[in-house]
Design a protein around this ligand. Structure first.
Ligand code: ATP
Ligand code: MG
Length: 645
């Protein structure tokens, strides 16, 4: 594809990186050939164990049995806090930046440790025991990290529900995980508006009779209803003892449950382990972001998503890093907010999602010009394929060609990053997540399951386990097996399509469910979308297939224009010509619909399954839309659909 370019990592960043090209090759080879030894070394390097493990790995994809470091004893909160106190007690662990730009605060490792210990005692006082599930429904405030680490300290299993979810979505997740305790805030703040969190909990709990206690963090001070099972976080904390020894947990004890984003269907309660998960989150954090002591690291993901778990909280804190938590949104009070926060807190490593990058790119470069982003050293992307056009903007304009971009491919189910560049080792190609991380063996297969070699395109599978892999779907190991291990026996099925180029680089082409089949040619959605986004007037595009009499499937493109541009027949022709030139006539869109906004999950991913239904004119049954960020968007798109057959 003509979009392909190659960039070297800027020399001053590559110098002194943890992993060089020679080291990548050597370590990767060892991670495959001498896997037990390799992972033992990493587990010892990144985590302190109370007792060593009996067996490094015991995994069988044939039965979906995944065990790492079994018999080993550790505690996640001890690793994220206690062991740093001697040397880093006064170092800032969490920088909090409020939705309101005038509000911020910091917590040192010592302060965070004390709060976690106190809150762990509060949980115990209310009867929370090892392996009990605790639902956390909090905005991006330090108390979210405190709650996670307090659960980990006593061996309770947290299930975080993103604070943007409705009462119904919350209820479903509380019931599915059988949570008996809920931790929430009175209200959240987002983009200058408040979100009624306690009120949503009250509504949800009407159908959750098993919930005994609700612990409420006073965040906005707004008025809320009170009842006998509610207690205030700050009152309980003040009375609790700051002394709470960490529970000794087995490596295979569960650490948390997290529901997937729901891009493709009903969310699954993915279950993660204690030992393997922590080793993998900590190790990938250091190597992928090339974290160096003293640096300020900011991942914009909410703790309600896996990225917030692994790379806002557990990975950074396990490494003794300073992590920034941001309560707000990229465009409030203005579209320069991200860059102002970078400037204010001298952020060195910045990790965000393509949806945010595209949205800010569409607002124009003026918003960059008034800020100094000289502190930045590394940029990251996660969540969707990043269109090369957005990559280039991020690289040239945000990072001023000084910062490499790590495009990290991974999933809720993988616990940590699986395919990614490593600074100091990997030349970058915009739009490619590049090469597998240590221990990761991808295989691209055709629809019959044959493994394809060399330069090829097909379904992305992973052939052997890694420590961060999910252990089960909560409540249904059978569903875990069927979803991930039955399609291609002996392999982990990712649900994503990928292309591997002649250099061995991986390009995620989109979800397998979204693959188009036009006149017998199979095509991913990502390439066509990236071609459309190349046009200066296009902010974002989503492509789906729809039934077509002659071709089998036709190509239906939903296009969002940048602010101030109006749709026209001429523009439509330009877009069609652009796709023909970039990819070829086979990829020519048959129908284009101008869509002021696209339906997205709460984590900002385009929901193509809904767009596919609308394109096919199946507007009566859109499937599960509970994870949609703004249902109103769908109505608008239905009204203006281009295929009224
Ligand atoms: P569900 O599984 O419920 O449909 P989801 O897959 O969106 O939801 P997540 O686990 O949050 O839930 O997202 C993982 C998916 O996000 C990947 O399978 C992939 O499709 C996409 N993704 C994440 N990072 C990247 C990336 N760097 N490049 C391309 N795609 C990515
Ligand atoms: Mg998924």
């Amino acid at each position: 594809m003509s979009l392909e370019k190659v960039y070297d990592v800027p020399l001053e960043v590559a110098a002194g990186a943890h992993i060089t090209e020679a080291l990548y090759r050597e370590m990767y080879e060892r991670s495959i050939k001498d896997s037990d030894k390799f992972w033992s070394e990493q587990a010892e390097r990144f985590v302190d164990w109370f007792k060593p493990w009996d067996k490094v790995q015991d995994c069988d994809f044939g039965t979906a049995r995944i065990r790492w470091f079994e018999g080993g004893k550790l505690n996640v909160s001890y690793n994220c806090l206690d062991r740093h106190l001697a040397e880093k007690g006064d170092q800032v662990a969490i920088i909090w930046e409020g939705d309101d730009p005038d509000l911020d605060r910091t917590l040192t490792f010592r302060e965070l440790h004390e709060q976690v210990c106190r809150f762990a005692n509060v949980l115990k006082k209310h009867g929370v025991e090892k392996s009990d599930r605790v639902c956390i429904y909090l905005p991006m405030i330090p108390e979210a990290a405190v709650a996670m680490l307090a659960c980990a300290r006593i061996g309770a299993v947290h299930s975080i529900v993103f604070a943007g979810f409705s009462a119904d979505a919350l209820r479903d997740r509380i019931l599915d995980a059988d949570c008996r305790y809920v931790i929430c805030a009175d209200e959240g703040n987002r983009g200058g508006r408040t979100v009624p969190l306690k009120t949503n909990v009250d509504t949800a709990l009407q159908s959750c009779p098993n919930v005994k206690t609700v612990i409420v963090v006073r965040n906005t001070g707004g008025t809320i209803d009170w009842d006998a099972r509610s207690v205030w976080y700050h009152e309980e904390l003040a009375e609790a003892s700051p002394d709470c020894p960490p529970e000794s947990m087995d490596a295979e004890d569960p650490l948390f449950i997290l529901y997937t984003s729901g891009s493709t269907g009903k969310p699954k309660g993915v279950l993660h382990s204690t030992g393997g998960y922590l080793v993998y989150a900590a190790m990938t954090f250091q190597y992928v972001f090339d974290y160096r002591p003293g640096e300020i690291y900011w991942c914009t993901a909410d703790v309600g998503w896996i990225t917030g778990h692994s790379y806002t909280v557990y990975g950074p804190l396990c490494n003794g890093a300073t992590t920034l938590m941001f309560e707000g949104i990229p465009t409030y009070p203005a579209p320069d907010r991200f860059w102002r926060v970078v400037e204010k807190h001298r952020v060195n490593i910045f990790y965000t999602a393509p949806t945010a990058i595209r949205a800010l790119m569409a607002q124009g470069d003026n918003w960059l010009e008034t800020t100094d982003r000289g502190s930045l050293r590394v940029l990251g992307s996660v969540g969707e394929p990043i269109n090369p056009e957005a990559w280039e903007w991020y690289y040239h304009h945000v990072g001023r060609e000084r910062c490499p971009i790590v495009d990290t491919w991974w999933q809720t189910e993988t616990g940590g990053i699986l395919i990614t560049p490593l600074i100091g080792a990997t030349r970058l190609k915009p739009g490619s997540a590049t090469r597998p991380f240590f221990g990761i063996v991808p295989a691209i297969v055709d629809s019959q399951g044959n493994v394809l070699e060399g330069d090829c395109e097909g379904v992305l599978t992973i052939t052997r386990s890694w420590p961060g892999q999910a252990r089960s779907v909560f409540g249904s190991h059978q569903r875990f097996f069927e979803t991930y291990f039955s399609a291609y026996p002996g392999k982990y099925f990712t649900g994503d399509g990928a292309r591997r180029d002649a250099d061995g680089y991986y390009w995620i082409t989109g979800r397998v469910d979204d693959v188009l089949n036009v006149s017998g040619h199979r095509m991913g959605t990502a390439e066509i979308e990236s071609a459309l986004v190349l046009h200066d007037s296009v902010a974002e595009a989503a492509v789906v297939g729809y039934p077509h009499n002659i071709k089998g499937q036709g190509i239906y493109a939903y296009v969002t224009l940048v602010a101030g541009i109006s749709p026209s027949a001429e523009l439509e022709q330009e877009l069609i010509q652009l796709v023909r030139k970039e990819i070829g006539p086979i990829a020519t869109p048959d129908l284009i619909q101008w869509a002021p906004t696209l339906p997205k999950t709460r984590s900002g991913k385009i929901m193509r399954r809904i767009l596919r239904k609308i394109a096919a004119n199946e507007i009566r049954d859109l499937g599960d839309i509970s994870t949609l960020a703004d249902p109103g968007v769908v109505e608008e798109i239905i009204q203006n659909r281009a295929n009224r057959s």
